[in-house]
Design a protein around this ligand. Structure first.
Ligand code: GAR
Length: 199
């Protein structure tokens, strides 16, 4: 049975697009049942509309705590009965009031290798570290989100991305995003296939 995915985004949504395209082509045996953004102007919402997928801006209420927002978000996401919740450029740390509703079901993508450059601006920081001679390559990873640890959790897949001496930040970003699009789709297909075998 085709897996139901809810995709959480905060911005451009190029990884969401990779998922939507893979669902449409059959490369990924899943369907995106909702796209939710914490930012009203996230371009990913337009991508979802264009693909005929329900898309909504889930706004924070005035004076709402992180935990209350996350609990409300969990109720909203649960209504779509997702098999997996995919964080594709979701730039908010999720607390246990969200995560406890989806144990082993929240999948995050990060543009760096495990245990390196957690948080925002990971690509910029890797590029700067390369310029200082501290690293020779960077990478991308897909992992489960068991707790509030930032870009940390059981690794589902990781891939090295080379950095070349003549790279600009833009050329490195493009190479990393290309790697992300492929690795995210491939990893999601692996977990939905495994889930199908178990059920
Ligand atoms: C991606 O590079 C993703 O790995 C990163 O945000 C970008 C979203 O791009 N996520 C993180 O940095 C999480 N800490 P997109 O909106 O074009 O998919």
């Amino acid at each position: 049975m085709s897996a139901r995915l809810v995709v959480l985004i905060s911005g451009n949504g190029s990884n969401l697009q990779a998922i939507l395209d893979a669902c449409a082509s059959g490369e990924l045996d899943a369907s995106v049942v909702s796209v939710i953004s914490n930012k009203a102007d996230a371009y990913g919402l337009t991508r979802a509309h264009n693909a005929g997928v329900e898309a909504l801006h889930f706004a924070k209420l005035e004076n709402e705590s992180r935990s209350d927002y996350d609990a409300r978000l969990a109720v909203c996401v649960s209504a779509y009965l997702p098999d997996y919740v995919v964080l594709a450029g979701w730039m908010r740390i999720l607390s246990s009031s969200f995560l406890l509703s989806f144990p082993s079901r929240v999948v995050n993508l990060h543009p760096a290798l495990p245990k390196t450059f957690p948080g925002v601006h990971a690509i910029e920081r890797a590029y700067a570290a390369y310029q200082r001679g501290e690293i020779k390559h960077t990478g991308v990873m897909v992992h489960l989100v068991p707790d509030e640890g930032v870009d940390n959790g059981p690794v589902l897949a990781a891939q090295i991305v080379p950095i070349f001496a003549d790279d600009t930040l833009e050329s490195l970003e493009a190479r990393i995003h290309g790697a992300e699009h492929g690795l995210l789709v491939k990893t999601l297909q692996e977990i939905v296939t495994k889930n199908n075998r178990l059920s």
